[in-house]
Write a protein that binds this ligand. Structure first.
Ligand SMILES: [Zn+2]
Length: 107
């Protein structure tokens, strides 16, 4: 597998070594946004209760901390969510390099 990203946010159109097309269609990476949003929400909700239980922060401190986290984490996680989405799609909906879906169930 060749590199996915050429900049922090910009991707190569396809894989250098196997020609896998990364963005198969317009809006393809909306799935990655769901992954990113889901991961952020789960960490924020669980983290809120964890901090509330083990560290004595005021509500204002909690809200400040999680507001910053809620902006910063999705930026940090952006690349991971895209590569996760790409690999999940590759596993469950494989495609050959011609752009047509493979016959399922037949090898
Ligand atoms: Zn590859």
């Amino acid at each position: 597998m060749g590199p996915l990203f050429r900049g922090f946010f910009s991707m190569y159109p396809d894989c250098h070594s196997c020609n896998l097309k990364f963005e198969r269609e317009q809006g393809y990476f909306v799935g990655a946004i769901y992954i990113n949003y889901g991961a952020t929400a789960i960490i924020m909700i669980a983290g809120f209760f964890w901090l509330d239980r083990f560290i004595n922060l005021s509500l204002a401190q909690q809200l400040t901390f999680w507001s910053i986290f809620g902006v910063g984490f999705p930026l940090f996680f952006f690349r991971y969510s895209r590569s996760l989405w790409l690999s999940l799609d590759y596993i469950f909906n494989p495609e050959d390099t011609s752009g047509r879906p493979r016959e399922s169930g037949v090898s």
